[in-house]
Design a binder for this molecule. Sequence first.
Ligand code: ZN
Length: 114
Amino acid sequence: MKHLTTAQVAELTRALESDLSKLERSMRVTDEAMRPVELDQSAVGRLSRIDSLQNQGLTRNLQEREQAKLGLIVAALRRIESSSYGLCTECGAPVPFERLLVFPEAPTCAGCAP
Ligand SMILES: [Zn+2]
């Protein structure tokens, strides 16, 4: 990460750590929402049960997105520790600081992003 200054890396590390704690908080809320429908005493009757199941479907999508983002953040923090952070994991090119500022967890340069 020669193209990044120590101060820039420190700033991105702080951003990643704050994203990580925000994500952990929101994942706890999502976990609550994923509790089995059967235990939900307010879900009486067939229709509200269907509603609950549909909500859980949406929650499951959210949970998958949160888990994917968590994986990216943790991987980025590992790359900071191993000093490979800021280099595209696909082509090895330096990822510009401006891009990392917007997506500190981005593993690739804009050209290699899916
Ligand atoms: Zn690349």
